[in-house]
Design a binder for this molecule. Structure first.
Ligand code: FAD
Length: 469
């Protein structure tokens, strides 16, 4: 018989992509999103004539079919800009990923030390033959501690709390070809003096902003008869006899009780568990309460500045600043804005209970200003307006210590029939858009295979077979 209708909690890219694929394959799908707009962590906000892209700024899928799928979804509204980011390192801007130009920008004592370390590591692992080549596939072993810190850990560790060895190649964005196995000392040294090249020179980005992916998905779902409720707060998920039967939600106008055959949750696990009816046992709820999130807030500044560098992201890996990234927002229309106005968006990530998350805008500005000024991004007397965008923007704190609390919760969900938790919020790890799309397609395919087990799935993608639902 198969599944005929599915309810999806959360209208971020994971929930929307799952809904898109299911609805187009004829499964009645309903998305419940708590916010007034879909998009979740990947959306565009608009303020004073500028567009701010929240969350992801790069998409580097390694699977050609997945990329084709996204390109087809976005139509012509898609671009491949040259990746341009800069890293504020010891008082200087350095291109990130490193380019040959960075050799001039990196202070020479650091460069010498890093190069010597890099050369000695390459030599050491070369002498170990095959075994050594395995080590070279990992950041620290490959670049040496110093370059690894500069390229990866300094940048990624404070933000993502992940050792660079755990990062996928698309995250680490740097690639050093392995030295040829039959090369001599001269070729090793040549390799050592060659700076790492970017893993990819380009990234993919929708020309109308990251939020346009969610908008495009929304219209495809609606066109094919799917339902999306925004401002919809889920109140209960009914699970009599260990199997999902209905969802109760409030869309701001009335409380609706909707029978459903299957629920995919993409919402944070700590939001999901209290909704289950009956509630899981006390011990599980305690474990759930120990999961920690981080939150993101955006300080937005309108500055008097003629030439804003709209193609760049500026990273601040050092821990002395409250923010980790700044970028100039895109003007919505150059004809309606005064020519000397630019808008800078400054992103701060804090643990969920950090006091600065609720501090007045003035205080946040005062805390951010010295770093922005030092990096010559703003001149205080040219700031015309400042505001703070606050939103829960909860995303998991991928602390390995959380795994212990996480496993029993995941096991509980897996043991509940017709309920699945998918996406970054179910695994409490840093995620990429690529993983998000991949998991959504896999989730949809699991349902479609159940619906029609004899016929191969119609989802066009080179994905590995799904885990059993
Ligand atoms: C700062 C930042 C930078 C990033 N940079 C990159 C990058 O450069 N490249 C890249 O590939 N990836 C990047 N990512 C990761 C990428 O944004 C995520 O992998 C992806 O957006 C996650 O989508 P999701 O649908 O799983 O989660 P979400 O987008 O969080 O969606 C969950 C949805 O559930 C809703 N919700 C929550 N509670 C409820 C409830 N009770 N009822 C109903 N709805 C609810 C939320 O409002 C939200 O819309 C970045 C993320 C962040 C935060």
């Amino acid at each position: 018989m198969g599944i005929k209708d599915v309810t999806i909690l959360g209208g971020g890219l994971c929930g929307l992509t799952t809904a898109w694929k299911l609805q187009e394959a004829g499964v009645q799908t309903r998305v419940l999103e708590a916010q007034p707009e879909v998009g979740g962590l990947a959306k565009s906000l608009f303020w004073k004539g500028f567009r701010f892209d929240v969350g992801p700024h790069l998409f580097m899928p390694r699977e050609a079919l997945l990329l084709d799928e996204i390109k087809a979804l976005m139509g012509g509204s898609y671009q491949v800009p040259v990746r341009q980011s800069r890293l504020w390192f010891k008082g200087r801007w350095i291109n990130y990923p490193l380019t040959t130009r960075s050799l001039v920008d990196i202070p020479w004592p650091i460069l010498l030390q890093a190069t010597a370390e890099f050369a000695s590591l390459q030599m050491r692992y070369r002498l170990q033959g095959e075994q050594g080549r395995e080590h070279l596939a990992q950041g620290k072993a490959r670049y040496g501690t110093l370059l690894d810190q500069l390229l990866l850990s300094e940048q990624t560790h404070p933000i993502w709390q992940e050792d660079s060895a755990f990062l996928s190649p698309s995250w680490s964005t740097q690639n050093t070809p392995l030295p040829p196995s039959n090369g001599g000392i001269a070729s090793l040294l040549r390799e050592a003096f060659r700076p790492p090249t970017p893993y990819t020179q380009s990234l993919h980005f929708p020309s109308e902003g990251i939020g346009s992916i969610a908008k495009r998905l929304q219209s495809r779902i609606l066109q094919s008869g799917g339902i999306i409720h925004t401002n919809a707060r889920v109140q209960r998920i009914l699970i009599p006899h260990g199997e999902v039967s209905a969802v109760v939600f409030d869309d701001g106008q009335r409380v609706q009780h909707v029978p459903t055959e299957y629920v995919f949750s993409t919402i944070p696990l700590p939001s999901l568990f209290p909704l289950l009816d009956p509630l899981p046992n006390h011990a599980l709820l305690e474990q759930m309460a120990r999961l920690r999130h981080r939150s993101l807030l955006m300080l937005r500044l309108i500055v008097q500045q003629e030439k804003a560098d709209t193609q760049r992201w500026f990273y601040f890996p050092a821990k002395q600043y409250p923010f980790f990234r700044a970028s100039f927002a895109q003007p919505l229309s150059s004809s309606t804005l005064p020519k000397d106005r630019a808008c800078l968006s400054v992103e701060c990530i804090f643990p969920e209970d950090h006091p600065l998350l609720r501090a007045p805008a003035e205080e946040i500005l005062q805390r951010c200003l010295p770093g922005l000024q030092e990096a010559q991004l703003v001149v205080p007397h040219q700031i015309l307006e400042a505001t703070v965008h606050r939103e829960a923007f909860a995303f998991p704190d991928p602390d390995l210590a959380q795994e212990e609390n996480l496993r029993p919760l995941q096991a509980f969900i897996t043991g509940t029939r017709r309920l699945r938790a998918i996406g970054m919020h179910s695994s409490f790890r840093s995620w990429s858009l690529e993983q998000t799309f991949r998991e959504a397609l896999r989730a949809a395919r699991a349902i479609l295979d159940e619906k029609n087990p004899r016929r191969p799935t119609k989802i066009r993608s080179a994905l590995p077979p799904p885990a059993s639902p």
